[in-house]
Design a protein around this ligand. Structure first.
Ligand SMILES: Nc1ncnc2c1ncn2[C@@H]1O[C@H](COP(=O)(O)OP(=O)(O)O)[C@@H](O)[C@H]1O
Ligand SMILES: [Mg+2]
Length: 248
């Protein structure tokens, strides 16, 4: 399993300073969330941890080693599912294993296992356009999980889903995380989602992004969205985001 760290990280794209002095440690098996306004550099942090982007200054580490390139142990899942429309669910989910030239029987076994885990058993032969949005997102999560990564980097994974599907997917993610002990870093603009899911919540400022608050959600699961602790934590985050002061 993996521990992730960013130490004194700055990131600029040309003249645009996007992140400044980012310090973050996510322990093995922890469920962490980052909340922040649009454009503050959240996706950039995930892309650095995924090995897709380099820090301009500072260190980005997994188990103390610099992250320099993508690694199947750390997988990035986006808001928009990225399934191939011409492949069935099982062909999409099995794509990585196919590339790795794993034997067909083994592939089939693992695909079926993972589809069951994400609630898509029976949909092996369906094409993406025959699925609902929630099912497509599950298939895309299954495709990441089938390679058994140690770290899930989730970039607003439920942003495109309707509110009810979203709640169901949040419960599913918790089940999955509890069942596997993976390290999870979730980016979300949904404050409730962060408080419902994460152990640690990092709140970011507008660009140039930096952390303005770290909170520990010390609550048993499943969490009650109307419980006193939950409501207090949500309010603390709202206060720090200072939404009233943003120009839109
Ligand atoms: N590859 C890139 N080249 C230039 N600018 C980029 C690039 N990626 C991101 N940016 C800029 O960095 C800022 C932060 O982007 P991003 O990390 O996607 O923010 P967030 O995910 O918090 O909305 C934005 O202003 C965006 O335009
Ligand atoms: Mg983003």
């Amino acid at each position: 399993m993996q521990k992730l760290e960013l130490k004194g990280v700055n990131k600029h794209f040309g003249d645009l300073l996007v992140l400044t002095n980012i310090n973050l440690t996510i322990e093995e098996g922890e469920f962490a969330a980052i909340v922040g306004p649009s454009g503050c550099g959240k996706s950039t942090i995930l892309r650095m941890l995924a090995g897709l982007e380099e820090a301009s200054e500072g260190q980005v580490l997994a188990n103390g080693q610099p992250i320099t390139k993508p690694d199947p142990r750390r997988t990035l899942i986006f808001q928009e599912h990225a399934l191939y429309p011409w492949r069935t669910v099982e062909q999409n989910v099995g794509f990585g294993m196919e590339l790795a030239k794993e034997p067909k029987d083994e592939r089939k076994k693992r695909i079926d296992e993972i589809l069951e885990k994400v609630g898509l058993d029976g949909f092996q032969k369906y094409y993406p356009h025959q699925l609902s949005g929630g099912m497509r997102q599950r298939a895309s999560i299954a495709r990441a999980l089938v390679l058994n990564p140690e770290v899930l980097l989730l970039d607003e994974p439920y942003g495109a889903l309707d509110a009810i599907t979203r709640l169901a997917m949040q419960n599913e993610l918790i089940r999955l995380w509890r069942g596997t002990g993976k390290t999870v870093l979730l980016i979300t603009h949904d404050i409730d989602e962060a408080v419902y899911l994460a152990d640690s919540i990092y709140v970011m400022s507008p660009r140039p992004g930096h952390f303005i608050q770290t909170l520990h959600a010390d609550m048993a699961r499943p969490r009650n969205r109307n419980g006193q602790k939950f409501v207090e934590l949500r309010q603390k985050i709202m206060d720090n985001l200072d939404i009233g002061s943003y120009s839109i």
